[in-house]
Design a protein around this ligand. Structure first.
Ligand code: ZN
Length: 292
């Protein structure tokens, strides 16, 4: 079947967890904003192929560049939230998490003029210890979460997590893609893993994973920005952030040519009843937000 859900976490190069010590949230205003150009590259590349995707936009980016968010929505993509400040959930109290998510939802909803239904945690930080966050998301009107990474990783992941789309704590969970290699689940969802693996390997594993269903993939705008400032980082963080950046645009475009893609809202159609409602908000060129 090979249904691939394509998603992007819209954040700038300095928002990532690997740079947290050098660029804490309070310093973000001093950094060079590059997310506008790198997201426009994504939009142009998708547009050329008539591909629609889900964009999990960071609230801070939406606040700084509301036009970017409106532009993404106008081009027919799904807008979802990546929280406001990119703080991993395990670094927040329940109250802080609620405030952070509410702030991002309010910013995004004001821009696009309609409810936001999808959520992705910063650094995939919904793990066994933070499943409580799903209750808060549900209370805030979120209908699906796409944050659980079913792999072994030092900072996130739930090993052995059911990779089917299913309800957890009353919210639809849409896990990231992993595939079995010699009995071990390896990540094939995109991001740094896409940059690290040879393309033929990624393609083969993704075909295998999606052959009897679907796979959820993700990328970041800064992964297509090889001219971003190069920051001195500890070796492992440097590796994770900069590996494969130079050739990533070519690799990504090959990937776009090799598979068929849907936004996550379309992938979950069978799991939630479909309704399209658009009395409020700006007139969009195309209606694509599938409201449950
Ligand atoms: Zn992120």
């Amino acid at each position: 079947m090979n249904t691939i859900a394509l998603s992007f976490d819209i954040e700038d190069w300095f928002c990532v967890q690997n740079m947290k010590e050098i660029f804490p949230f309070k310093k973000w205003n001093l950094c060079e904003l590059r997310v506008y150009e790198s997201t426009n590259y994504i939009l142009k590349t998708l547009n050329e192929r008539n591909i629609k995707a889900t964009f999990f936009v960071l609230g801070w980016v939406a606040e700084r560049i509301p036009d970017l968010v409106l532009n993404i929505a106008k081009q027919g993509h799904e807008i979802a939230t990546h929280g406001y400040s990119h703080t991993p959930i395990n670094h927040m109290t329940r109250n802080e998490f609620q405030k952070d998510t509410e702030k991002s939802l309010s910013l995004l909803q004001d821009i696009v003029g309609r409810p936001i239904y999808g959520y992705r945690a910063p650094s995939f930080s919904i793990t066994k210890n933070t499943l409580w966050a799903l209750d808060i998301l549900r209370e805030l009107g979120i209908k699906y979460d796409s944050s659980i990474n079913p792999i072994k990783h030092p900072e996130y992941g739930i090993v052995g997590f059911n990779q089917e789309i299913h309800f957890v704590n009353g919210i639809l969970e849409v896990p990231l893609a992993a595939s079995s290699l010699w009995g071990v689940e390896i990540p094939i969802s995109g991001g740094g893993f896409f940059r690290l693996y040879p393309y033929w390997f990624f393609k083969m594993m993704l075909r295998k994973k999606s052959s009897n269903g679907h796979a959820v993939t993700y990328f970041h705008p800064w992964e297509f920005d090889s001219k971003q400032p190069k920051i001195k980082l500890p070796l492992s963080k440097k590796f994770r952030h900069y590996i494969g950046l130079e050739k990533n645009k070519n690799k990504f475009e090959k990937f776009l040519n090799d598979f068929e893609f849907v936004p996550i809202c379309q992938l979950i159609n069978g799991h939630l009843p479909l309704m399209i409602s658009h009395e409020k908000g700006p007139k969009l060129d195309q209606e694509v937000i599938y409201l449950p």
